[in-house]
Design a protein around this ligand. Structure first.
Ligand SMILES: C[S@@+](CC[C@H](N)C(=O)[O-])C[C@H]1O[C@@H](n2cnc3c(N)ncnc32)[C@H](O)[C@@H]1O
Length: 239
């Protein structure tokens, strides 16, 4: 948000707003702008609406969402990793902006992190006698890489950009507790696998994955676990 170079934007959309934490900060940063939080989860939108604010909440799926008013900023934090086909998605969002409008995105670049390599490996070799777990369709879906490298987004945006900033940051998350990395990914990247397995396979998978993860991410001498996590950012202003 701090890298968006717009002084006085009109309508700001927070795409995949979740429970609205970031949308409310957008509204504070630009008090004269209209802010709309968009999400395809009615539960998330209901939670967002529980906290009083001037943000408006809208149910919409990024796969086919269209803005009700011309946007000045399209902002999306930790969402596009759930939306397929960025070659179609990013140019579509970009084309909604007028000259001077800004597309600002953050997404986890987790695909080739050890935790996610092990996630896929455990699906192909974590079963009895080193065999696969779950269906071939699940393995194929999980093998799909949705967030691309920075140069992919640069190439899509640069031809129409007046300003383009693309970067990655690797955070060292310091997490406490037993099976700290397993707990972390259970709420995010592991969800499609856990949802896609039957009860028996889920148990086998979880235990095998837990052991492999704990070998990859040992506890530090003070008891915490360090989990390096890379994130991609881009901020583009349209010409
Ligand atoms: C990790 S949360 C991020 C929430 C918020 N942006 C934040 O930074 O706190 C991801 C959100 O994206 C939403 N989401 C996932 N796929 C979506 C889609 N296709 N269209 C709209 N929202 C989507 C989820 O419902 C969830 O609220």
């Amino acid at each position: 948000m701090g890298r968006i170079p717009l002084e006085d934007p009109g309508v700001i959309y927070d795409l995949g707003c979740g429970s609205g934490n970031v949308a409310r900060v957008l509204a504070d940063r630009w008090p004269a702008s209209s802010v709309v939080g968009v999400d395809n989860s009615p539960e998330m939108l209901a939670e967002a609406a529980e906290t009083p604010s001037r943000v408006m909440w809208e149910n919409g799926d990024l796969a086919d969402w269209q803005p009700g008013s011309p946007p000045s900023i399209l902002y999306s934090n930790a969402v596009i990793q759930w939306v397929p086909d960025h070659e179609e998605l990013i140019p579509r969002l970009w084309s909604m902006l007028p000259a001077g409008g800004c597309l600002a995105v953050q997404a986890p670049m987790s695909w080739d992190m050890p935790s996610h390599n092990i996630m896929r490996e455990t699906l192909s070799s974590g079963g009895k006698g080193g065999g696969p777990i779950g269906s071939a369709e699940l393995r194929e879906a999980v093998g799909n890489r949705w967030v691309q490298d920075p140069d992919f987004y640069y190439d899509l945006l640069a031809p129409q950009a007046a300003h383009l900033d693309v970067w990655t940051t690797e955070y060292q998350h310091v997490i406490a507790g037993d099976d700290a990395v397993l707990e972390w990914v259970t709420g995010t990247g592991l969800r499609p696998i856990l949802n896609g397995l039957n009860d028996a396979d889920r148990e086998i998978y979880r235990e095998e994955y837990r052991q492999r993860l704990n070998r990859e991410y040992p506890r530090r001498p003070d008891g915490v676990t360090l989990y390096p996590f890379r994130r991609l950012f881009f901020v583009a202003v349209r010409r």
